[in-house]
Design a protein around this ligand. Structure first.
Ligand SMILES: Cc1ncc(COP(=O)(O)O)c(C=O)c1O
Length: 390
């Protein structure tokens, strides 16, 4: 009987043990045992993927989490990592070598920007940035040594959107690996593989956890690509903890219902704040005045849980706004059941120069809001009373 992804996210589970547990078990163990020396020898032969040896290599709880994300993303296989950044870094390290070239959207998460600009060049890997608003500029950046193209859509924190299919088609034409960070949308809202992406990765720390408890990352895609990534992670060590995998696999049971509510709350906030006298703009992928609204509608089932707005008063107003909040949390995480406000210019993207920040839309007064699951009026009222004070 075929089932919907919502059902599979709840029902896909490690085979029940002899304890007949209902909830999925947690295999909190560093290593696994064998019945004989021969069996142990066989497990180590050919980097076996079938037998659990050691939890840096594989673990049933982590495997359940991976299987669910792969299923939701429409991918053949996947691999999990300790953090989202470990997923990003492991992907770059697996598929890029000295002398290679990577093209990335300039609007990417701050630490991803740091890897691209500070670390990859150290190892002889060059990068080029393109503007998410000008995807037509990508083709001119392609060189014979271009191996990988990287985007976040929606981007953090600018909420820029790119046409995944158009970029995938270009990458296919030039034999370039296309990697999408799908952290802001989650597979409940957007499945980039459907539009031609080769690999999709996540900071599972965000909406996949959904309650701000654990860190995690995951990369999914075709089996042959995942095998290469798996071997990198197995040998270099940024593997996911079984405990975190257990938290995350349980969280996936509620991903769809949570994303619907996050998006409904975010849309309500965005619509209600449009035209507010203290703001010079509100940005949300499903607002018709979003520059890539039509693309967002084409590839996302809702606008996601994040919105941004620009305070007319710049940095000063930004600080006053955050200090005036009474309920919304002041923290740099996102994708939590609790609404969160942050000021990217002074936090997540503070490592960028002022010019770099402006080039990716991070203006001094930009506030990023991760809409939580509270009653929408309570979130809105907190924002409105804080706006009154700045
Ligand atoms: C879009 C995006 N990608 C990657 C990361 C990195 O994830 P982690 O903090 O789990 O390492 C983040 C974190 O905020 C993010 O927002």
């Amino acid at each position: 009987m075929s089932q919907h992804p919502e059902t599979k996210a709840i029902r896909l589970q490690t085979p029940r043990t002899e304890q007949k547990e209902h909830a999925t078990p947690l295999f909190l163990t560093s290593s696994f045992t064998y019945d004989s020396a021969e069996e142990m020898g066989e497990a180590f032969a050919n980097d076996s993927l079938k037998v659990n040896i050691y939890s840096r290599f594989s673990n049933p709880t982590v495997d359940e989490f991976i299987a669910k994300v792969a299923m939701l993303e429409g991918a053949e296989d996947g691999v999990a990592t300790g953090t989202g950044m470990a997923a990003v870094f492991s992907t770059f390290m697996t598929f890029l070598s000295q002398g290679d070239h990577i093209i990335s959207a300039s609007a990417v998460f701050g630490s991803t920007h740091t890897i691209l600009t500070r670390y990859l060049p150290k190892w002889g890997i060059e990068y080029s940035y393109f503007d998410m608003a000008k995807p037509e500029s990508i083709a001119a950046l392609i060189k014979p040594n271009t191996k990988l193209l990287y985007v976040e859509t929606p981007s953090n924190p600018g909420l820029d959107i790119i046409d995944i299919k158009a970029v995938a088609d270009l990458c296919k034409k030039h034999n370039i690996l296309f990697v999408v960070d799908n952290c802001f949308a989650t597979p409940a809202v957007q499945q980039p593989i459907k539009f031609g992406a080769d690999l999709v990765l996540h900071s599972a720390t965000k909406f996949i956890d959904g309650q701000g408890r654990v860190l995690g990352g995951v990369v999914v895609g075709k089996k042959d690509l995942v095998k290469q990534l798996y071997l990198f992670i197995r040998n270099t060590g940024p593997s996911m903890s079984p405990f975190n995998a257990w938290v995350l696999t349980k969280s996936l049971e509620t991903l769809f219902i949570r994303m619907d509510k996050h998006a409904a709350n975010a849309l309500h906030l965005a619509k209600s704040l449009q035209g507010h006298p203290k703001l010079s703009g509100v940005k949300y992928p499903f607002l018709p005045d979003h520059p890539q609204y039509e693309i967002a509608k084409k590839q996302m089932s809702n606008g996601g849980g994040l919105l941004t707005f620009e305070l007319k008063g710049g940095v000063d107003s930004g600080r006053k706004f955050l200090n005036a909040l009474q309920m919304i949390s002041m923290t740099n995480n996102l994708g939590d059941s609790r609404s969160i406000a942050s000021h990217p210019a002074s936090t997540t993207h503070s490592k960028l120069t002022k010019e770099e920040r402006l080039s990716v839309g991070i203006t001094p007064g930009l506030i990023r809001v991760s809409a939580g699951l509270e009653h929408p009026d309570d979130i809105l009222n907190d924002i409105l009373q804080a706006l009154d004070k700045c």
